[in-house]
Design a protein around this ligand. Structure first.
Ligand code: ZN
Length: 236
């Protein structure tokens, strides 16, 4: 891979500066994204990652692939990827291609999940994220080398990053997180569900930014029923 190709990679490595995670390229210079690229990535956050809901009984409501992985462990549902079979089922439902060596990949997925989960609150609060968690993610990003390519799309030129080798399912999740950081997310939109005893998390990409629940069907309705009952008792 050439040096210039590395420079163009949006997030070949993550680094921490003044307590914030930033994309950083391997040659040591900061990656400077054009405003247009940032806007494109921001649009991707909203359009390619609709809020979603439960699929096959598993939560896919994080608004981002990496958050969906974090949600594979919750108080209510336990650990959905604790076994190789569980991992394969989750990965297929997430439209990822699980590797043939499912036990090894399931273990890698749990390690990546633990790293991402440990970054969640520091990202919201703007606190220094744990270096070991970033190390785990970087070890996957190092295997996710890509190069820039142009393609003619009707009358326009389109820019794409092409992976040197097909990404593993776990690699795709690490890259999703790196792109999330590169796109300049809004910390206040990273949230814990407001449901009592619900440990699910999400990125609120709604227009008004007022999403409170993991899922309207689950915690949202529970809340509605509860406040309705409370109002009834008040008036009785
Ligand atoms: Zn909830």
């Amino acid at each position: 891979m050439t040096r210039s190709a590395r420079r163009a990679c949006p997030a070949s490595r993550l680094t921490v500066e003044n307590g914030l995670i930033r994309p950083f390229n391997i040659s040591g210079n900061d990656y400077i994204a054009s405003n247009r690229q940032i806007e494109r990535l921001r649009l991707q956050i909203v359009t390619q990652h609709p809020p979603g809901d439960f699929r096959e009984g598993m939560p896919f409501l994080g608004g981002r692939l990496w958050i969906d992985l974090v949600n594979t462990r919750s108080d209510a549902l336990g650990d959905l990827v604790s076994s190789p079979d569980g991992w394969q089922k989750w990965a297929a439902t997430a439209e990822l291609e699980p590797a043939a060596d499912a036990p090894f990949e399931a273990k890698e997925a749990r390690e990546l999940r633990s790293a991402l989960a440990r970054l969640f609150d520091p990202l919201i609060e703007g606190n220094r994220p744990p270096a070991d968690a970033i190390g785990v993610i970087n070890s996957h990003l190092r295997r996710a080398a890509s190069f820039p390519q142009l393609s003619a799309n009707e009358s326009r030129l389109a820019f794409q990053q092409i992976p040197v080798e097909p990404l593993s399912a776990v690699g795709e999740i690490a890259v999703d997180f790196a792109n999330f950081i590169a796109a300049g997310f809004e910390p206040a939109r990273l949230r814990h569900c407001s449901g009592e005893a619900c440990s699910l998390v999400f990125y609120d990409s709604s227009r008004n930014g007022a999403r409170r629940w993991c899922s309207m069907e689950v915690c949202g309705n529970r809340h509605k029923v509860k406040s309705h009952r409370a109002r009834k008792t008040d008036t009785e």
